[in-house]
Write a protein that binds this ligand. Structure first.
Ligand code: SAJ
Length: 440
């Protein structure tokens, strides 16, 4: 089948769609294409996940508005079905690949899941099918890994026997369906005609811009947009450290800097977590580093952000010292274990790094988080007998804490504020990120 025939099947919605990887990206993608009227086959290695999905039950943790209801609808209508068998993809005219693409301790991309998906898809790849990688990948991965591996595994040639593109996902936990529907996407095709076919397909589920590009551009855009955010957060964090050193208040500085035209200083804080911001900068620079390009700013920004939880520990040690207590043996209440406010997602959480550091220093740690199972409970009860409180996440619940009641159950009124949650806390031995000017 040539691209024109595929375009006709897409227009008639008789094209059958496959989605490989039914996680927090693949599952909503599969549901949206099914809701749009396509026949969708989802493939996942985890049998229990497949069983839950076929029972109309979403295996995605956390609150995802509309996802459970949509999944139940498309399963009931028969539009979506899940399986562990790649053979089920052999009738699919379009297949998206939504598998994890982590980096390891050495910041090297680890494509085990991606390579496995390509190898398993190969034998089932239908002639004339359009394959779209949605996972975030290092620039040049489509050319160096995806294309040759899929050609080898399928015995087919790209642009002759199948078509290939990269459309990086731009989702956020907690807003999966909203982001998929409402955030623009780059459709990077091996050829301009492939990019146009991708746009024709995604138009059924995306109400925002769909921008045609080539694959390398799509790879660069996604990884650069997240590296951009990481570098800007690191800038805010470094200005905060300067403020602490010279007796300034970074929050006042940031407010006034942002009055300057074209400035938009982000929020300094206790660190940078999540599934994409800590990872994507390394994907962006990986291939350049392999070719000896002197990439300095982006790795340096990562180092600044990774250091922030340790800085919080240093602020705590300083505050405890003022209270006449060593960090070793202190009992510390950590408020917030998720990586983001009002989320239960703990991936790469700065709190994880802080807790490890505090325990390494001999402190006893009590963790509270209203969203994370295992850490929920009564904050005041958990604060009893603690020598200090450290705020790591600005969950809405914390903004209404009764600080007087909290102080009454603590052994010392020590507060370290990693997210400027309690700027007006009086009567505390208080440290805040970027707050060199002591609160009067
Ligand atoms: N953070 C700061 N200061 C800031 C902003 C964030 O310290 O000014 C910290 C957060 O506390 C968190 C981490 O950075 O620990 C990441 O926060 P995030 O707001 O960037 O949230 P994410 O990780 O969910 O990022 C997603 C990304 N979206 C996609 O990858 C599709 C990112 O590109 C978006 O810019 C971001 O959402 C967003 O704008 O909300």
């Amino acid at each position: 089948m040539d691209l024109n025939s595929l375009r006709q099947k897409i227009a008639a919605q008789t094209a059958r769609i496959g989605v490989i990887g039914l996680g927090y990206v693949g599952l909503p993608v599969a549901c949206l294409f099914a809701e749009a009227g396509f026949d969708v086959t989802g493939v996942d290695l985890k049998a229990e996940r497949v069983a839950a999905i076929n029972a109309g039950i979403s295996p995605i943790e956390g609150r995802e508005p509309g996802l459970s209801e949509l999944l139940a609808d498309v399963i009931a209508s028969g539009r979506l079905r899940a399986t562990t068998e790649y053979a089920a993809l052999q009738e699919c005219n379009a297949v998206t690949i939504n598998v994890e693409t982590p980096v390891d301790e050495q910041h090297t991309p680890r494509y085990v899941a991606l390579r496995s998906a390509l190898r398993d898809l190969g034998p089932a790849l239908k002639a004339g099918a359009l394959v779209i990688v949605e996972s975030t990948i290092a620039p040049s991965t489509m050319a160096r890994i995806v294309k040759p591996l899929l050609e080898e595994a399928s015995g087919k040639r790209v642009n002759a026997d199948f078509y290939l593109g990269h459309c990086p996902e731009r989702v956020m936990p907690g807003k999966l369906l909203a982001n998929l529907r409402g955030v623009s996407r780059v459709c990077g095709g091996e050829t301009p005609e492939t990019a146009e076919a991708m746009i024709a397909l995604y138009r059924y589920i995306v109400q925002a811009d769909l921008d045609a590009a080539d694959c390398i551009t799509a790879e660069l855009v996604k990884t650069a947009e997240n590296a951009y955010r990481d570098v800007n957060i690191a800038f805010a964090n470094e200005v905060a450290l300067v403020c602490e050193a010279v007796g300034g208040d970074v929050w006042k500085v940031r407010e006034l800097v942002n009055k300057s035209p074209g400035r938009a200083m982000l929020l300094p804080g206790a660190g940078v977590g999540g599934h994409c911001i800590p990872k994507d900068p390394w994907l962006l620079v990986y291939q350049a580093q392999q070719t000896g390009v002197p990439v300095r700013l982006i790795p340096a920004a990562r180092a600044v952000n990774e250091e922030m939880p340790l800085h919080i520990a240093a602020l705590l040690e300083d505050a405890l010292r003022e209270a006449g207590k060593p960090l070793e043996g202190a009992r510390v209440l950590v408020l917030g274990y998720a990586y983001l406010e009002d989320s239960d997602d703990t991936r790469n959480s700065p709190s994880e790094a802080l807790v490890a550091e505090l325990r390494e220093c001999g402190a006893e740690v009590v963790i509270h988080d209203p969203y994370v199972p295992g850490y929920q409970g009564d904050v005041y009860a958990m604060a009893e007998g603690c020598d200090a409180v450290v705020v790591m996440v600005k969950h809405s619940e914390y903004k209404t804490l009764d600080l007087a009641a909290l102080k009454a159950v603590l052994r010392a009124p020590v507060l370290v504020d990693g997210r400027r949650t309690f700027p007006q806390a009086v009567g505390w031995i208080r440290r805040g990120v970027g707050e060199g000017a002591r609160q009067q």
